[in-house]
Design a protein around this ligand. Structure first.
Ligand SMILES: [Fe+2]
Length: 534
């Protein structure tokens, strides 16, 4: 190849995996990882090994979309057997941690009766000793908080379980990623490198800046056997380059789901990055990573759900992200992993935590974190925030999946931030039950009717109208509906006109039109310009 340089093909996926499962935040943080390895991965693998044909049938049933079924047509029994054995061998410490957490909960329920917790420290399972503080709430309910930062430095955090799968995508169809691990296949190259490996940045840069394939193969540890496949990921053809926005207005671009880029000629902010690829035919026109600036000033994360923190999008952008803003949590609660620690351990720099009503100011932009309620099955999760972004006097409010349950909250907030110009509101109001996402964290069964009543639901018509009446926006966009085809593998959502979130959001849009408010449910892509100078 000599001195020739190449681009990484635009539709190469740099897919982060943990134990060969699609990486998401709960697989990074050591305690939630332990719970998911046992309560999700091993459970699904065991179920597949017992009855692969049941999985094959369930996958064909659209009602089972997003269920705990592996999309392998029942034909991968040997591979799954091997993956299960590898998991048990490589993750022995995490599996022990899972047992210890279950035991700790049981111990507290048995012995913590309102008296001092100090004598109970000796009953804490040995491997958890020094990693927990035992606490009561004011009603004498016992619990514990984890020292998460110490767990990341312990034998329970295992970077060698991380890897990157490289492959070329030509369409949006993929199995639901929380239920199907990625096995070996001829077109996929697995790199056994941790997520904080600098080579991921070098590789990602090559989508725009050509480099030598030999150099990259060297950095990433690609073996000579793997070179033939590795070389197919590169091309000499340059993809369209990004033209920096130089206009006088603020440009808003919707990339799908909750991903929005706000740009002025001076700065840019990218919310909840979930971005599709350039370089293959899609039925829905969309922006891609080629429509992102070369430097992203602020990435903002609203909450810790897998469709709002997509490492597959974020890792390849790491080299161009100047700052990443996350909602703060220091609770140490199992269900509420600290996002700063997640990102830091994945090699992100400048991770900024924001608490409710805190502000960041730069140039003429002010970012304010606003309380986010609901959508977490009534679990005490603090790592969630809505964001108010103002450019001079012009303001956007992004409420993501926050479910408006008590309008007075927003009346209080309105007193501080005033009216807004543009509202972005998620209305996925028929969310999954608690167990779908948090089930592996429970150490005791939750009755089915209780599980069904505690959902991951965003705002409905009434909640949305409350916000509109309080903040009096001139424009309202329903977003974060998980409907774009490239979202399906992560959101497992397929709506019809009869689906409640569609009915509720249609009603909201009609009501806005009646009141002369511009309103639309976003899908695919959208570009709007706002004059912030008046
Ligand atoms: Fe969510």
């Amino acid at each position: 190849m000599g001195n020739r340089t190449f681009f990484l093909k635009p539709n190469v996926v740099i897919e982060p995996l943990i134990d060969r499962w699609y990486a998401w935040s709960h697989l990074v943080s050591p305690a939630t990882a332990a719970m998911n390895i046992v309560g999700r991965h091993l459970k699904i693998m065991n179920s597949y090994l017992q009855a692969p044909q049941i999985h094959a049938a369930a996958i064909k049933n659209p009602k089972m979309l997003g269920g705990p079924f592996m999309d392998y047509n029942g034909s991968k029994v040997e591979d799954i057997k091997r993956l299960k054995e590898d998991t048990i061998k490589n993750r022995v410490k995490s599996i022990e941690l899972h047992s210890a957490i279950v035991e700790l909960d049981k111990m507290l329920k048995t012995y913590a009766k309102g008296y001092s917790l100090e004598p109970l420290y000796e009953r804490v399972p040995n491997i958890l000793k020094g990693y927990v503080e035992l606490v009561y709430d004011l009603n004498n309910n016992p619990s514990y908080r984890l020292f998460e930062s110490l767990l990341y430095k312990s034998e329970f955090y295992n970077e060698s379980s991380q890897s990157i799968a490289l492959w070329v995508t030509n369409n949006d169809s993929r199995p639901f990623c929380l239920s199907t691990p990625r096995l070996n296949s001829p077109e996929v190259l697995h790199l056994n490198i941790p997520f904080n490996h600098k080579g991921i940045d070098d590789l990602s840069r090559m989508k725009r800046n050509p480099d030598s394939i030999d150099r990259l193969a060297n950095i990433l540890g690609v073996s000579s056997d793997e070179r033939t496949l590795f070389d197919t990921f590169f091309t000499e053809e340059q993809s369209p380059s990004y033209r920096k926005y130089e206009g006088e207005k603020a440009r808003m671009r919707y990339f799908g789901h909750a991903c929005i880029l706000i740009e002025t000629k001076d700065v840019n902010v990218l919310l909840d990055p979930v971005i599709s690829y350039y370089g293959y035919e899609s039925t829905v026109s969309h922006f891609s990573d080629f429509d992102l600036p070369n430097i992203i000033d602020y990435v903002i994360i609203t909450h810790n759900h897998q469709d709002h923190i997509l490492f597959e999008t974020l890792l390849p952008l790491r080299h161009k992200i100047k700052n990443i803003v996350v909602p703060i949590t220091t609770s140490g609660a199992l269900q509420d992993p600290n996002l700063k620690l997640v990102f830091k351990n994945m090699g992100f720099q400048n991770v900024i935590e924001m608490d409710e009503m805190e502000e960041i100011k730069f140039d003429n932009i002010t970012i304010t974190a606003i309380p986010f309620t609901g959508e977490h099955s009534d679990l005490n999760v603090k790592a969630k925030a809505c964001f108010h972004i103002s450019i001079k006097e012009f303001s956007f409010l992004f409420v993501a999946d926050s479910r408006v349950m008590e309008p007075m909250l927003y009346t209080h907030i309105h007193k501080i931030i005033g009216n807004i110009d543009v509202l972005f509101l998620g209305m996925e109001c028929d969310g999954a039950p608690l167990s779908w996402l948090y089930g592996p964290l429970l150490t005791e069964d939750l009755a089915r009717d209780k599980d069904q009543s505690r959902r991951l639901s965003g705002s409905d018509f009434t909640g949305g109208m409350n916000l509109i009446e309080i903040f009096k926006p001139k424009e309202v966009y329903v977003y974060a509906m998980g409907q774009e085809p490239w979202l399906e593998f992560i959101s497992s959502i397929k709506y019809t006109e009869e689906s409640n979130p569609i009915i509720q959001s249609n009603r909201l849009i009609q009501e806005c039109h009646k009141r002369n408010i511009l309103a639309e449910r976003l899908f695919g892509e959208k570009e709007l310009f706002y004059n912030y100078n008046n």
